[in-house]
Design a protein. Structure first.
Length: 139
């Protein structure tokens, strides 16, 4: 039986429910808990496709340059090489299920979990490049 992992990434709780070790690298499943306004900056994955499902709270997804609400229980697909992100648009903590294929994102998130921004920005960019994740430069 695979052991679950939980850690914080920039203050947001990430629970790895199924890692790539349990799927021969085919996929991984996590739950991210985000505070109001929380979520990652706009980014894209060069290696993974992602599926998102709102479990609790009110979330919005940025895809194709536009923010759209995501109803609770609805799945949203973010294919690799497409810029995207999500944010908690509610007034309390929300939970988002994230499924990636193939696996690897769970290792990336664990690798960046000790970092503190903005002090560790260079290290974040280095680790992100190793995992094939790119961030949009600030506007």
């Amino acid at each position: 039986m695979e052991r679950r992992k939980t850690f914080l990434v920039f203050g947001e709780k990430v629970e790895v429910l199924v890692s790539g070790e349990g799927t021969n690298g085919d996929s991984a499943m996590m739950i991210q808990t985000s505070p109001p306004g929380g979520g990652p900056p706009p980014h894209r994955h060069l290696k993974e496709d992602e599926f998102f499902c709102v479990l609790e709270g009110r979330f919005e997804m940025l895809t194709e340059g536009q923010w759209n609400p995501v109803p609770k229980g609805e799945m949203v697909f973010a294919p690799r090489n497409h810029w995207h992100t999500f944010r908690n648009a509610g007034d309390r903590d929300g939970r988002m299920q994230v499924i990636v294929s193939p696996s690897g994102l769970e290792k990336y998130l664990e690798a960046i979990s000790p970092l503190i921004l903005p002090d560790d920005m260079a290290k974040l960019m280095e680790i992100s490049e190793q995992f094939g994740i790119e961030y949009l430069p600030p506007a």
